[in-house]
Structures are given as C-alpha cells and as structure tokens.
Design a protein around this ligand. Sequence first.
Ligand SMILES: Cc1cc2nc3c(=O)[nH]c(=O)nc-3n(C[C@H](O)[C@H](O)[C@H](O)COP(=O)(O)OP(=O)(O)OC[C@H]3O[C@@H](n4cnc5c(N)ncnc54)[C@H](O)[C@@H]3O)c2cc1C
Length: 404
Amino acid sequence: MQLFSKEAMWDRKPLKDRYRIVIIGGGVHGLSIAYYLGKHGISDVAVLDRSYLGGGGSARSTAIIRANYVTKDGIPFFHQSLKLYQDLSQELDYNLLFSQFGRVELGHTESALYALRIRSEANRAMGVNSLEIGPETVKQMIPAIDMRVGKTFPVLGGLYHPPGGVIRHDAVVWAYGRGAARSGAELHPHTEVTGIRVDRGRVSGVETTKGNIDCDIVVNSTAGWCSTIAQMVNIDLPIVTMPLQACVTEPLKPFLHKTVSSANLHVYVYQTDRGEVVIGGAVDPYPTYSQASTLPMLETLAAHTLELFPCLANVNILRQWGGLCDMTPDYAPVMGEHPDLGGFILNCGWGTWGFKAAPAAGMNIAKLIATDKAPDIIRPFAITRFKEGKLVNERGGAPAAAVQ
Ligand SMILES: Cc1cc2nc3c(=O)[nH]c(=O)nc-3n(C[C@H](O)[C@H](O)[C@H](O)COP(=O)(O)OP(=O)(O)OC[C@H]3O[C@@H](n4cnc5c(N)ncnc54)[C@H](O)[C@@H]3O)c2cc1C
C-alpha cells in the first residue's frame, strides 16, 4: 500500500465540449461520486472545481468519522459509510491513516444522559456499537478530563462509540481523485461553473470559465456553495450556508486517546497522531460565505475546552481556520434528483457532518445515476421531504456542532 506517491496522482486533460455527466465540485463528495461511477463502468465524467481539488470544506474538515446518529434513516446511512471507510485504504491502495480510537460524547445533565441512553439503544438496535458509560468509565478512558463536581457542566456520564475515529482528510480526497481518474473520469480544477443550461425540463449543459459543455446529467456537489449553483436554474434550496471554525494546538505528548464531544459546551476535542490537539465546535450563528476565522469563536472554543481540560491552559494555539457548511433545517443531507428538473442531481446539505458521509453518498449517488433509481438507503433524504413534512431530524446526531 502506498503512503505517499511521487508520481502524478492524475493526468491533466484538455476540457472537452461534451461529457455524459458533469459533477460540479471537486471536494471529497464530487470525487467519491466520480470514483463509484467508475465502478459501474461509467467513465464519461468530468469533475469541475473552480479552485484546487479538495480546497473547500474537505480541506478544512476535522475529519471525525462515526455512525452513532439518532434517526432510523441517519443511523444505517452513516453506518454504511463508516464500514466503507474501514476498507477504503485497501480499496484505493492509499494509506488514509484511519485511526478508530473511539469516541465519547459527554452527558452533563440528567436529561442529556437520558437522550444518550435512547441514542445508544437506537444505535445498537441498528447494529452500531454504542454504549452508555458512567463517570468512572469516562475518567478511566479520558484521564485528563476534569471530573470535579459543582462545575456548571459536571461530567455525569457519556455515550461511548468504539468504532469512531479520525482520518487523514486530504488523503481521502487525493485517493478518491486518483481512483476516479484511473477509471477514466477527468478532473478539472480551476474551472468555475457560471451557468447551467436547460432544455425542455432537463439539464443540457453547463457554462464555465473555460467554455460551454454539453451533458445529460449535472451533479451539484458544492456543499457551502450549493445554493448558488441551484439558483442558476432558479431553484431555491432550503439550505443556509454558515461558517464552522476549528483550531489546533502545538504538539503535546500523547494524553488523549478518544475523540471527546460535549453538546452542552458545543465543543469537541481530539489529539492527532502528531500530538496536536484539534478543537472544533458549533457553527457561527449567522449565514455568510466568508471563510475567515474570528477571535470571538477562538475564545469560545478555548474557554469551553478548558472546562473539560484545564490542563491545556498554557498551551499555544498554532492555527485557526474556518469553512462553509450547507445547513439544512433538519440537520440531514439532501440526496437525489430534483423533481422539477430532469438530470439535476443534488448531493448537498452536508453541513458539519459531511466528511464521514462521502463514501456512502458517493456510492449511492453513483448507483442512482447508473440505475436511474434512488437506492432505498438515500430515499428518506430526497428534497421532497421538506414539502411533504417528512423531516429526518438529525439535530441530536450533530449535537456539538448545532447552532448555539
Ligand atoms: C471546520 C470544519 C470542520 C468539519 N469537521 C467535520 C468532521 O469532523 N466530520 C465530518 O464528517 N464533517 C466535518 N465537516 C464537514 C465536511 O468537511 C463537509 O461536509 C465536506 O467536506 C463537504 O464535502 P464536499 O465535497 O461536499 O464539499 P467541498 O469540499 O466544500 O467541495 C465543494 C467544492 O465546490 C467547489 N465549487 C463551488 N462553487 C463552484 C462553481 N461555481 N464551479 C465549480 N466549483 C465550485 C468549491 O471550490 C469546492 O471545492 C467540517 C467542516 C468544517 C468547515
């Protein structure tokens, strides 16, 4: 298996004026779809990105992978994705550095513990390894955590999810890109889509900064920018773009062997293999397309982290960054063909939770395109759910990242 490749990952090819499928967005999702299309023998595919590949949310992700979601629709979908991730290094012949060291979500109140208990029952009923743990076990698993009583948010217990972990996010993007290119898809960075052409109720092509392209299918896989793409065909998505920030400390000797998340404190923390402590939290409470990071959020993240780990008080923050999240009202993604425009496939609404979903989303969107039928596992995520009042409601599945 390759750890690093000195060879070019994919060839640059001239942009053609026709492809069967155009995927807008060369992040982890767009590249994953292109890769799985290749498994169906579909190679007449172009992935277009206005910037470099994987430079959007995929480059900014803290790349936590887990399946301990809440709903009957979310749990099997994210479980499928986690299982695909487990074999992905072998499948793509690229070391993705997937470390499954387990995840603990903390309960600070009796009602939070009750919600975690229900979640662990739902997870286990659907085959996801997830169990409620008491305060002693929390301390045993996370020795550095502050368990003092009398704090505003005392640690009363938690939800332990053994298969949860983190992955090397850029490597996933590169490996999917290489896999897609090997099966014949073309990757075109620095090619911005500026318009989508429609003919008799179906998409017929895209306009780009490098010329027009005819095609039968357009996939909108642009995450934080998905509403701007949909507006090119006069479709208003029920999606709001909000920023999410994270930061990382200087490297420390290993002291934290789980990813730790707190819904009440809106913070999650883990230590990388290099020793840095990665800290993330909730989306900023306003919509914007700015990816700038802010001092107030850094202060919030630091203060909330110190509630759990006062031992980090004198540690330096090395970097802070922000990215865009395409938030849906029910904290669940949108996948499937738009009912009002033939050939316009939506793969968006990935919010703060999309990196972990890329394998399952790519596989199922590819299957939808190959068979012209949405696989059962993604049907609940159709955009029609908003009109039909059949919301998925995964808010409880992304608790630390939910709007404060
Ligand atoms: C700080 C942060 C931390 C996160 N942590 C996690 C986590 O721990 N776990 C998790 O599962 N998820 C996490 N996420 C969410 C996850 O990163 C995203 O949901 C995921 O990366 C989205 O991937 P994507 O391929 O759909 O979109 P992106 O990677 O954003 O790719 C979309 C691409 O579309 C391109 N584009 C936009 N407009 C156009 C146009 N007009 N023409 C051509 N191209 C265009 C952009 O340049 C971009 O490259 C996090 C996000 C952030 C910001």
